[in-house]
Write a protein that binds this ligand. Sequence first.
Ligand code: ARG
Length: 278
Amino acid sequence: MKYNKRFTTTAAVAATFLLAGGLAACGGGEGEGDGGGDGGGLEDSYVVATDTAFVPFEFEEDGEYVGFDIDIINEVADRVGFEIELETTNFDGMIPGLQTGTFDIAIAGMTITDERAEAVDFTSPYYKSGLRIAVPVDNEDITSVDDLEGLTIATRLGSTSADYIENNIEGATPNTYEQLDQAYLSVEGGGSDAVLYDAPNVEYYILTAGEDSLKVVGELLEAQNYGIAVSQGNEELVTAMNEALAAMIEDGTYAEIYTEWFGSEPEWLDELAELQAG
Ligand code: ARG
């Protein structure tokens, strides 16, 4: 199943690439002196990092990056008034890249954790998530997280799921991959017993490519919130992005984008609005 993605998304991303390309040459320092104030002021353009494959948040289609996160960051950038210079990197390279200033912003379904919040700043939550387990369709032995003890579990390197496996599942061996496709393939090919990863990604995979091979088992584990990460020292940018997110939730734009990628409105929209206000 594929939810109807806006054809305009691709056009918008392409336009952003072109614009960003022209602006990149005169990036950095350009905002100095115009507005100024605490927190660094706002620049005309920012380097935004995302991942190459985290359906349906960001993935490549016909040579363009599309997905829920891409639509969200484009809308936020429009409202705040900056151009996006999009760069892709492996998920585990995002926080180091923000710390060294290679990237200004990262949007990649990144869970807000206390540990990460020491290294980077986060916007208010823009998505409520959790973790899910999937096993081969013909597996009858694994029905909950308790059945995973001592087994081999595939997931992504540097993710909150990798931490979860290490901290909560006794005797389990995490099989961590740089790209999640490899994790799914490893379960499908019998190299791992199960995959544990972000619920929306597991669910989307099973609705699409993994339809005949994998199934979800057990409860949603560990409630998590995704935030947009920003390199430290950009308080004004974080505040402006929070205002944009709150306005998008308020005026229905958020629900519209969400529905395009997930098929219906989120059940937790009110909760998300409260988190924005708080
Ligand atoms: N939410 C999880 C985390 O923050 C996984 C995110 C993976 N995102 C991605 N674009 N690969 O650790």
